[in-house]
Design a protein around this ligand. Structure first.
Ligand SMILES: Cc1ncc(COP(=O)(O)O)c(C=O)c1O
Length: 397
């Protein structure tokens, strides 16, 4: 206990407090489980915020870290020299990415990938405005906060970067009204994640893509949360023409990494020096991302996502029917799932009771429980977590 108290004390005293913290101190993880400093076991339904896509401490990640770490971590002159680890990852990504996205670049986070996408779309088109959607989330740098459609993120950082236009999500007509207005790009999440797991109509993205093409406007798909099989497909924007695709989170299973891919048309308008960063495309991150994507492909991880998703939605819909006074809605796709509760206080107390019982959930917007576990979670592990949730829920009858 002393050890945990030390951890709490040091972080509470000296770590900048930007998050309302839960009093657990996680020391290690394995698969979908995480263990605190005293050895208490938790089932992690958050995958480190949609990141540990193939589970904690997956041996393929550890092996790639060790193997690449023993060779080289950071290239001499960084991105100005070639790297076999980088080219191996680029080749693998080219095999699976949409055919028109021929140019790939690496980043260290989602915000950084989006930041670059916005910056480069403006550069490539010579136009100023960026359209994004109400309730969207694109990151926490000043540029991505400026593109984020939530007042709670934007309101306190004025002056923001100008020339951002916001339209309601899942509303093509709203975009039609503003798209002629010197617009460089529309940035959109195929499913809004942080905004509450909002799933648009099935033809929304396709219609948006057509509208962008017609108006010579780039479409940036922010697949940072939805990409790499989170929704049961490689990307939630599969089969839709995208000009710039941004990726992070699940791409490297927990290693800080991101990427963006652009068409040759976008790339043609860019020049040496337009973008870069000390750690962009570092061999260590590339080796880990390669091992994660390869694992997903070799294990056909999308099949597991689809199976477990079906089971989970089935169970949650049952629970919604049994508890109509507590659960308002269950929505999402694949293993990006929201349970919207009616009452904020109940959500908060349910969350802490689940935690006591060993289940780590994510609560967003006060009343939305988001479930986005590792994509290789087994049926038994998912049922174990859902059982805890169900038992806690019964206490509110
Ligand atoms: C859709 C989306 N875009 C961007 C980001 C920002 O990514 P990062 O936290 O890696 O900067 C997130 C993070 O939650 C996200 O969900």
């Amino acid at each position: 206990m002393d050890k945990i108290l030390d951890t709490f004390q040091v972080e509470d005293t000296h770590y900048a407090s930007f998050a309302n913290k839960t009093k657990i101190s996680i020391e290690k993880g394995e698969g979908v489980y995480a263990y605190d400093e005293e050895g208490k076991k938790y089932i992690d339904f958050t995958a480190g915020w949609g990141v540990t896509s193939i589970g904690h401490a997956n041996p393929v990640i550890i092996d790639s870290l060790l193997e690449q770490g023993q060779k080289i971590i950071q290239n001499p002159n960084s991105g100005a020299t070639y790297s076999p680890a980088r080219s191996k990852l680029i080749s693998l990504m080219r095999e699976i990415l949409p055919g028109n996205l021929t140019r790939i670049f690496f980043a260290n986070s989602g915000a950084e990938a989006n930041d670059a996408a916005i910056k480069l779309a403006r550069k490539a088109t010579g136009k100023l405005n960026i359209i994004s959607t109400v309730n969207s989330f694109h990151g926490r740098t000043i540029s991505t906060v400026s593109a984020t459609g939530q007042d709670s993120h934007r309101g306190r950082f004025n002056p923001l970067i100008p020339n951002h236009i916001f339209v309601p999500y899942n509303d093509i007509e709203a975009i039609e009204k503003v798209i002629c207005n010197d617009v460089a790009a529309v940035i959109v999440e195929p499913i809004q994640g942080e905004g509450g797991v909002n799933v648009p109509d099935s033809d929304y993205l396709k219609n948006l893509s057509d509208l962008c093409t017609k108006n010579n406007v780039f479409l940036i798909a922010d697949e940072i949360q939805t990409g790499f099989y989170r929704t049961g497909h490689l990307f939630a924007s599969d089969n839709v023409k995208i000009d710039i695709l941004t990726m992070a989170k699940g791409i490297a299973g927990g290693f800080p990494f991101g990427a963006f891919a652009v068409t040759e048309e976008v790339h043609d308008k860019l020049n040496i020096g337009d973008h870069g960063g000390t750690y962009c495309g570092n061999p260590l991150g590339c080796a880990v991302a390669y091992s994660v994507i390869k694992y997903m492909q070799d294990n056909k991880i999308w099949e597991n996502v689809q199976d477990i998703s079906k089971l989970t939605f089935g169970k949650l819909k049952e629970l919604k029917e049994e508890h109509p006074d507590i659960i308002k809605d269950v929505r999402g796709k694949g293993l990006l799932i929201a349970i919207e509760l009616i009452d904020d206080d109940v959500t908060s107390s349910l969350n802490s009771k689940c935690l006591d019982e060993g289940l780590i959930l994510n609560v967003t917007h006060g009343n939305i429980v988001r479930i986005f576990p590792a994509l290789n979670i087994s049926k038994e592990e998912m049922e174990e977590g859902l059982k805890i949730f169900e038992n806690v829920l019964k206490e509110y009858n």
